[in-house]
Design a protein around this ligand. Structure first.
Ligand code: NOJ
Length: 708
């Protein structure tokens, strides 16, 4: 008999249910603290896993209780939100996606996993795979933006990175892909709100990243808090048992979100905890995170005949299997023996990741990179010296004291120059401080670096905003500074696009610096001084105004596309185009696309189309261009979006250099769900469009015909 069968054969129902319960340990400002009731629950076998506890002292102490003081000696599974770094904090996921660099996406997850594992963690609640097209939704910051292909590639890279070659390795952590599914489509951009959509959109946009994560072997899945067309995801049998475990063949563990099972009562689908527990378990949820619904509700549900013991056994088996795959039975303290991490190497990786995440949005008057001569630099604004904010929304075990601010980074990079700082204004109104001497500092400078945006808690969970403007009094402050007429570079720290067209018109350069983690200040200084050239591109469309939301590259054509004619699809008060398209991002070079060729012109299923793209850097500096390949099927039985992203690649060119990028596109990549919702390649003509962003007016195209 296998170890798991032997265990199941002797477990009491309480012990079984205990394995399905995940409890949280608390935090104090100095680190994790243990509530005595958590310790007691472990002792009684009522907590098979714990979250929010890290550090070997704390995890080992609890593990010892499980191994020495419980009847069955089943090890505990420790989970934590290691989302964009553990002790070394990397850029928030939206920012890191902007690097369009799958190897980097994987590397940072690998590092985060090894740091977390050394802290006793065996499971992370990441990556977050929620496609999101509404910047009001604060959780856009935690995901990979608007596009299903990009999110799918991030899914694969992150799962590989966290889990490594084998879950049993000492430095591996199990990945939990979340939030299954469509959470990013929250109505009105309000977190936790309802979602509703066609099955086509679900299959074309929201499910593919989860499918990709299954291919990469994700160990766990977390259902979303939200409901889809009235059925909360925590109780959504058709999608959890049906699609996930059926169609997608998932064999791992489903872990509820925090308190989500008990919230089925508040959703209005269950009358009490007994019904809530039964609905979740029967839908396929194995672990109850922090709602106590399984511990209290499952015995009631059993009594009422709402669940079968076999269903409980199945869930327990999955949980024990995960523990076994992680090597916890054989070596529960194995993570102790890990070598101390090589900090300088990790800091360098964090700096590189941050540099590759910063998007140069606008640039005029040659203000960048900064001139080499000594100068008077004014560093102003509420985000200039904001270590905590730079860490972003999921800073893991990161600490502000280990985080480099923009001010520190610039001072280190330019010891020759006089770098003067004034905060000038708070992020929001509560935090207000008058301009003080900021205007004087700006007036007495040769160049102004204006650090504006959001604080880190303005995006992330439960952080939706109804507007996309600069919070507080920052707009007035910025206008006063800009009115001085000094060359001004704006650094925007935020977890979402900010719709501030006036700022882009008036500043000499604007960079999206997001929240770039432990090395934010060094990386920003690298870009400003020209030690590195910007190379990142937007993973989301940047609207002119919140009124354009949702705005994204995959829009469908309409029978009356926007034009000068009256009865067309447009606004009376705004253009239909965004401020910046998906993929936008300038470099210090100047890339001109001269030709695109597709071979063969006539292809059939199973073939691979080879695209050759000729590009020249006509700028004065070396730089790396991100090249996007989109497809468009002008005529199809189900109208296709105006653009569908199919691939991207990078090309590094010196000044004056010409280069060719080659992209291999399997014909199968042109599949889409037909009238019957089954994915297939529809024969006919396809345009393959190539360029530096999704701005349709700039793309070069090649036509191919797919034979029947
Ligand atoms: C709630 C969040 O929705 C989820 O993403 C996270 O993993 C859990 N809390 C645990 O912290």
């Amino acid at each position: 008999m296998s170890r798991i069968d032997s265990l199941l054969a002797v477990m009491t129902i309480e012990e079984k249910i205990g394995q399905l319960a995940m409890l949280a340990a608390g935090f104090s400002v100095t680190g994790p603290v243990l509530a005595t009731d958590v310790e007691e629950s472990v002792r009684q076998g009522r907590a098979g896993s714990l979250l929010n506890l890290y550090g070997q002292d704390a995890t080992n102490r609890l593990q010892r209780i499980a191994l020495e003081e419980t009847r069955l000696k089943i090890p505990i599974l420790f989970g934590f939100d290691v989302v964009h770094g553990h002790r070394t904090v990397f850029p928030i996921p939206l920012a890191e996606t902007a690097s369009f660099d799958p190897a980097l996406w994987e590397r940072t997850a690998r590092i985060a996993a090894s740091e977390a594992a050394a802290d006793g963690i065996a499971l992370t609640f990441a990556p977050m795979l929620d496609v999101s097209r509404d910047p009001r939704w604060g959780r856009m910051a935690e995901g990979a933006g608007e596009d299903p292909l990009v999110t799918s590639l991030v899914a694969e890279a992150k799962v590989r990175g966290f889990q490594g070659a084998s879950l049993g390795a000492r430095d591996a952590v199990a990945a939990t892909v979340k939030h299954f599914v469509a959470y990013g489509a929250a109505v009105a951009g309000r977190d936790y709100a309802s979602t509703d959509m066609s099955e086509r959109t679900l299959r074309e946009v929201y499910l593919p990243p989860f499918e990709a994560s299954m291919r990469a072997g994700a160990a766990a899945v977390m259902p979303a808090f939200s409901d889809l067309s009235g059925v909360p995801m925590t109780a959504n049998g058709p999608l959890l048992n049906g699609w996930l475990r059926g169609e997608a063949g998932f064999e791992g563990v489903v872990i509820s979100d925090y308190n989500a099972i008990a919230e089925l009562v508040v959703h209005g689908v269950a009358a009490d905890l007994g019904e809530a527990a039964a609905q979740a378990l029967n839908a396929g949820v194995d672990i109850d995170m922090m709602s106590n619904a399984y511990v209290e509700g499952l015995p009631v549900a059993l009594e009422r005949g709402l669940v079968a013991v076999e269903a409980i056994d199945t869930a327990v088996r999955r949980v024990l299997t995960l523990k076994e795959r992680l090597g916890l039975f054989d070596d529960p303290f194995r993570r102790d023996s890990m070598q101390p991490v090589d900090r300088p190497r990790l800091r360098e990786a964090a700096r590189e990741a941050a540099r590759r995440s910063i998007v140069l949005l606008t640039h005029r008057n040659d203000v960048l990179p900064l001139k080499a001569e000594p100068m008077r630099i004014a560093v102003l604004g509420p985000l200039a010296d904001a270590a905590t904010d730079m860490m972003g929304s999921w800073s893991g075990a990161g600490e502000a004291k280990d985080t480099v601010t923009i001010l520190t980074g610039l001072r280190e990079a330019r010891p020759d120059s006089e770098v003067r700082y004034a905060r000038g204004v708070g992020v929001d109104r509560e935090d207000e401080i008058g301009p003080g001497n900021a205007i004087e500092v700006a007036r007495a400078s040769d160049i102004v670096i204006l650090c504006l945006g959001e604080s880190r808690d303005m995006s992330g969970e439960a952080a939706s905003r109804s507007g996309l403007d600069l919070p507080g009094d920052q707009a007035n402050f910025a206008r006063s500074v800009l009115a001085l007429g000094r060359p001004t570079i704006v650094l925007l720290s935020s977890g979402r696009p900010l719709a501030v067209p006036w700022l882009f018109e008036r500043a000499d350069a604007v960079l999206a610096t997001w929240f770039c983690g432990s090395e934010a200040g060094h990386a920003i200084a690298d870009i400003l001084t020209g030690r590195a050239s910007p190379t990142a591109s937007l993973p989301v469309t940047w609207p002119r105004s919140v009124g354009q939301v949702p705005i994204f590259l995959g829009e469908r054509p309409s029978g009356r596309p926007a034009s000068d004619q009256h009865y067309t699809s447009k606004y009376q008060d705004l253009p239909t185009t965004p401020l910046f398209p998906f993929g936008h991002g300038l470099t210090y070079g100047r890339f001109i696309y001269s030709a695109v060729q597709a071979e063969p012109r006539n292809a059939k299923r199973g073939d691979t189309i080879v695209l050759s793209i000729d590009v020249e850097n006509q700028g004065a500096r070396e730089a790396e261009e991100t090249i996007f390949v989109f497809s468009r099927k002008p005529v199809a039985r189900v109208a296709r979006p105006l653009l569908e992203l199919k691939a991207f690649t990078k090309l590094f060119l010196r000044p004056g250099e010409k280069g060719r990028a080659v992209v291999m596109l399997p014909v199968e990549a042109l599949r889409f769900p037909g009238l019957d919702l089954k994915p297939a390649v529809e024969p006919g003509e396809y345009d393959l469009l190539v360029g530096g962003s999704a701005d349709r007016s700039t793309l070069m195209s090649a036509r191919v015909t797919i034979e029947a």
